[in-house]
Design a protein around this ligand. Sequence first.
Ligand SMILES: Cc1cc2nc3c(=O)[nH]c(=O)nc-3n(C[C@H](O)[C@H](O)[C@H](O)COP(=O)(O)OP(=O)(O)OC[C@H]3O[C@@H](n4cnc5c(N)ncnc54)[C@H](O)[C@@H]3O)c2cc1C
Length: 498
Amino acid sequence: MFVDLLDELKFSFKGEVSNESWIKDYYSVDSSNHRILPELVCFPKDEDDIKISLDSAIKNGLSISCRGAGTSLLGQSLSNGIVLDFTKYMNKILDLDLQSNCVDVQPGIVKGLLDKELRKHNKFLPPNPASSNYCTIGGMVSNNSSGPYGLGYGSILGYLQYIDFIYSDGKKGFAQNGLCDDRLNKFLQPLFSIHDEISSMYPDVSKNSCGYRLDSIFTPTFNPQNLFAASEGTLAIITSLKLKIIDLPIFRSLYMVYFSSVQKACMYTSKILSTRPAALELLDSPVMDSSIKSITASNNGCLLFIEYFYQHQGEINSISKLLKSAVYSEGKVVEQAHDLDSINNLWGSRRNALNMAIKYTVGNRKPFTIFEDTAVSIDHIYEYVTDVLALYNKYNLSYVIYGHLGNGNLHTRPLITDSSSSDDLLNLTQTKMLHDITNSIFKKVKEYRGTITAEHGDGISRTPYIKNVYNSFILSYFKYIKKSFDPSNILNPGKIVL
Ligand SMILES: Cc1cc2nc3c(=O)[nH]c(=O)nc-3n(C[C@H](O)[C@H](O)[C@H](O)COP(=O)(O)OP(=O)(O)OC[C@H]3O[C@@H](n4cnc5c(N)ncnc54)[C@H](O)[C@@H]3O)c2cc1C
């Protein structure tokens, strides 16, 4: 049957279709620990190609999953059906309107390439994951990605102006500020009268990629396009997007501040935030590369990366004074940069944190990913970090910790030795330990009204835990939304709604 499917698709497809085994192998993995072999991989050229793929998926009982660069950490883009890769053809800037500060793009454009083009016009799109040299706008929107400037500028959800998409039955839809197609409007009707109630049940955090962001559709006005942020390709296939862009900051200053421990740094977070930085990032010593380890002159402790954007050069002295006073007496400014090259140089070490974490994979030992992206409000960050470190201590685990401290969003992973297959009893004990730690951490997150994922999303790994964040009322609306969009459950099944 699938040979016929390949022929059938090849006949009408303008882009490319492949079932070659090396291609399927390549697309069977992303940046997670999962592996799922797809049946076919398609590289669509336009909306017609997408419709053709959807038709074939329905006719042949296959699922269909979109893929950008495959840098998701929880298996979001993996599928045993058809994978649609947008990076090969649907990767263009369609329009750049400097008057209204908007850019129109196709979903497969790489964020770093878009940045390069915007920089020529002194503009930027602030959400900037450490993976931005590879990741795509379609992937960023579908995970609601952010990165360091999430503190000053929020996640990509705040930049969505217009989305063109294709429903699971091949029909076209759109959503923009204040308006959407009739079908989507009908889906959203039951939410109109209860949106305040819904929003009150969402986590109390500055960014959130868990479940569907129903809380963002009516704030402050009707923004139906926001439904697609964090929806992980489970509702529709995005074909183009209009995004808000802003002027590049005129002046920037980056400070690196040393604290003797992560907990100490957390104690000072509120004070540092009162100085209004655009970014406040944490890097603990185990994930520092050699270039900055020498700056700290210590094997322990952590660094905060604190960046300010400002309009007048004269502000630099007052910023510097304010920061020094905010971190007094435990924090020490060990490095600072005020020109773009030096700033980018220093940021390189922070961007490298996940790679440094992955370097701890030796033999069967690896950093364990499931609670690596929690967030709590800054009021609770010190208590929360203390809870997490106490758990690592209880189970005698080494760990890495870094991330977006200013958003209360820390990326932490214990280093676990995978004992599979050698000793069943050991396996059981270890599985139980991981289960206990995960449940304890997610329980704490709930206690502090946090989220289990601030920017990485749910994917295959975290979907079973969404119920830790939302009550049955909200979960019933997730089911309702998924069923309305995708009654046959063909769009990226196994993610967000099981
Ligand atoms: C080294 C490293 C560092 C990272 N740092 C950060 C960070 O700082 N901040 C952060 O937020 N994340 C970070 N991430 C996570 C990840 O890079 C981001 O989530 C990224 O935005 C995903 O983009 P992608 O193009 O790789 O998407 P993919 O992984 O390919 O896909 C992501 C989701 O988007 C869906 N999708 C893609 N295109 C479409 C479309 N056209 N229509 C509908 N759905 C679509 C897919 O089905 C999938 O569900 C990091 C990952 C790595 C490996």
